[in-house]
Every structure is written in C-alpha cells, then in structure tokens.
Write a protein that binds this ligand. Structure first.
Ligand SMILES: NC(=O)C1=CN([C@@H]2O[C@H](COP(=O)(O)OP(=O)(O)OC[C@H]3O[C@@H](n4cnc5c(N)ncnc54)[C@H](OP(=O)(O)O)[C@@H]3O)[C@@H](O)[C@H]2O)C=CC1
Ligand SMILES: O=C(CO)COP(=O)(O)O
Length: 349
C-alpha cells in the first residue's frame, strides 16, 4: 500500500500500540496525548513508560500534546481515547477534517444515558462536517502483545465498505491481520459488552471459583450479549467472530485485561472506588455496565449477568450473594433463552 499519513489520538496503551503498527507499516504517524511530558518522553526516548513500558517505539512516531496541531492533511484519524472522552475529542478534531478523512475508533464502550455506540456519538458530533467515513477497529488485542508483535487478528467495520477495506490495508502486516465485517452494530456491541463479562469473571476468580464458573459466565455472557445485539439490529453471527467470542476469550482469560483485574480485586473484597484508583488505567466495563443495564430494560432484553454486575458495582450487593442469586434463577431451556432477542413473556427479575 502507498504510504499514508495518520494521526493516532490517545497515547494510552492502545493508541501507542496502534501507532507502532502504523509506523511499522511505513506510514507517517502523529501520536497525540494530552500531557506534554509524555509526548516529550516519547519523542526523546521512544518509550511510553506509563502505558507500554516494555516496548521501544518506532523512532518515526511524532508525539504531540496540542490537539489543534494535528496535521489537517492526515488521511486517517485513529481515535483511541476512553469512551467518556470521545465527544470532546471529536469536537476538537472537527475543524481539522476534510472530505477524504477516514475516522477510525478503537474504543470499547456505550454511552450511559443515550445508549449510543461510539460510532453513533462520533457521527452526531460530526454532523455537517466534511469527512468520508467513520469506522471501528475491534477484536482480541491486548496492547502489550501487539506492542511486541505477537500474531493478532482484529476486525474493521464501517457503513462505508470502501473505507473499511482501506483501513484493513492501512493496518495489515505480518503480525496484525485485519478482517472486514459489514455489521458495525454487532462489532461495536461485542467489543463493548465483553468488558462486563470480564469484570464478572475477574470477580468469580477473586472469589476462588474455577474453570467451570468461568466457562459458564463466558457462554451465558455471550448469549446475553447476542440477545441484546440482535434486538439492536446486529447479525447474530458477528458474536461468534473476532469482535465477539474472540474478544470475550482474550479479555476473560488474561491478566493483561484491566476489566478482569478490576473484577478480581472486587472479588477479593475491595471497594469499587479503591479498585479504580489502584488500576490507574481505563476500566471501560464499569461505565458500560451502567449503560447496558438501563439499555436492556429499555429494550426489554433479559441480561441476568449484567444485572448482577450492576447490583455489585452500584448497589453494593456482595459478589457472593450476586453469584448465588444468578444460580438460583428460574429454570430455562438453553437454546430458546439464548438468542430470542427481546422478552416474549414477563420480565424475570
Ligand atoms: N489496552 C488495550 O489492550 C485495548 C484497549 N482498547 C480500548 O481503547 C480505549 C483506550 O484504552 P487504553 O489505551 O487501553 O487506555 P489506558 O488506560 O491505557 O490509557 C488511557 C488514555 O486515555 C487518556 N485519557 C483519559 N481521559 C482522557 C480525556 N478525558 N481526554 C483525553 N484523553 C484522556 C489518558 O491520558 P492521561 O495519561 O493523560 O491520563 C491515556 O492516554 C478504551 O476504550 C479501551 O477499551 C481496545 C483494544 C485493546
Ligand atoms: O479490549 C481489550 C482486548 O481486546 C483490552 O481489554 P481491557 O480493557 O480489559 O484491558
């Protein structure tokens, strides 16, 4: 592919790893982080010591901390800030876009209150602006492993299929393999909601439960993610792909996962605020649980695991009691209760 110009917005773990992939591919890369001391460190030492300390970054990456200094002639803007910062970031980037700009987000969350997916938030903030397309890049990909070039596969999706194919070309290399998928709703829902299940599995691991419990939560978790996704218009097949099952596996079974680690500390009896302070990195699943608990009610979709997590996170239910409550629910048929989308009968509490 001809060499392109890209700005990666967000110099946390993921933005830094994605900047490295793009620089390895020979593209010209700007990497924005909001702290000037961090951009100076990256430019001078080629290390992001807070977020990706074990990776020596490609020396061609140009870090900066003034968002308005993002080059207006970038072909691609890759947005890797936490979900809560998406709107303010897009507002600031808006004047720098042009008719060929492709905006790719790599974040995983749902907005509480509006229930918007990230691409929907972006499109709202971009209304009337000049740009070509919004795309999502998602899938099983810990920054720490991408940073050391371990074989990784992800999915890119966009309503604009030509843009998705262009993003595939931009990122593809011998350690980062990118698939396209037309189901943007499914890709974004899978990536955001697996964090809820990872929190839950971290919690049951913290309680001392083993592999049976992990498999139960992953399988039934995927069933409830699929149920909500189908109700929102997603293709159920997406949830057994990279951005569904793939990301669920990588997040629920790895100590790299901040969501798993936060859940683990909660399972050990720590309070949510103390856990979030201790993590010092984004734990998207907490905010996503709040959003999805309300969204499931609005959509009349049964999501018992999300509901149990909500009680633990926001209503101080002890994790053990929530686990007991999940096990004591009324009996079910596995197949029917997995993929039916909205509740046909009454809501189960
Ligand atoms: N880490 C991973 O392996 C993966 C992460 N993701 C997703 O990528 C997104 C970013 O996560 P990740 O890079 O891991 O997060 P990190 O916790 O590693 O870093 C967070 C980054 O966001 C910045 N930040 C925090 N608040 C704001 C704000 N209000 N405005 C602008 N920047 C802000 C932080 O800056 P500062 O240092 O100044 O606080 C820091 O650069 C998340 O949605 C996550 O789910 C997706 C795939 C893989
Ligand atoms: O999304 C991820 C891997 O695909 C990273 O998950 P965490 O945010 O839990 O670390």
């Amino acid at each position: 592919m001809a060499k392109k110009k890209a700005a990666v917005i967000g110099a946390g773990s993921w933005g830094t790893a994605l900047a490295q992939v793009l620089a390895d591919n020979g593209h010209s890369v700007q990497l924005w982080g909001r702290r000037s001391e961090q951009s100076e460190e990256i430019n001078q030492t080629h290390i992001n010591s807070r977020y990706l300390p074990d990776v020596v970054l490609n020396s061609t990456i140009k870090a900066y901390s003034d968002l308005s200094a993002t080059d207006a002639d970038n072909d691609y803007i890759i947005c890797a800030v936490p979900t809560k910062a998406i709107r303010e970031t897009i507002k600031q980037l808006r004047p720098l876009l042009h008719e060929h700009s492709i905006l790719v987000h790599a974040s995983k969350g749902i907005e509480p209150g509006t229930f918007k997916r990230i691409s929907e938030m972006m499109e709202e903030e971009l209304e009337g602006a000049s740009y070509k397309a919004v795309a999502v890049l998602s899938g099983p990909s810990h920054a720490e492993e991408v940073g050391i070039k371990q074989p990784t596969t992800v999915t890119v999706s966009s309503k604009h299929l030509e843009a998705a194919a262009a993003v595939q070309d931009l990122f593809m290399n011998n350690y980062f393999r990118v698939y396209t998928n037309e189901d943007m709703i499914g890709v974004e829902i899978g990536g955001a909601l697996k964090n809820i299940i990872a929190l839950g599995i971290g919690m049951t691991d913290g309680l001392g439960y083993g592999d049976n419990t992990k498999a139960a939560l992953m399988t039934r978790g995927l069933a409830e993610i699929t149920r909500l996704g189908v109700a929102l218009g997603a293709n159920p097949m997406t949830f057994i792909g990279l951005s569904g099952l793939g990301d669920l596996i990588v997040t629920c079974t790895s100590e790299h996962s901040r969501n798993w680690r936060a859940g683990h500390l909660l399972g050990k009896g720590k309070k949510l605020d103390d856990v979030l302070d201790e993590m010092g990195m984004v734990v998207e699943g907490v905010r996503t649980t709040k959003a999805v608990f309300a969204l499931a009610q609005a959509e009349n979709v049964e999501m018992p695991i999300t509901s149990a997590l909500y009680s633990v996170l926001f209503e101080e239910e002890p994790p053990l009691q929530a686990a007991d409550r999940l096990m004591g629910r009324m009996k079910k048929n596995e197949e029917e209760s997995s993929f039916m989308g909205r509740n046909e009968g009454g809501r189960e509490s």
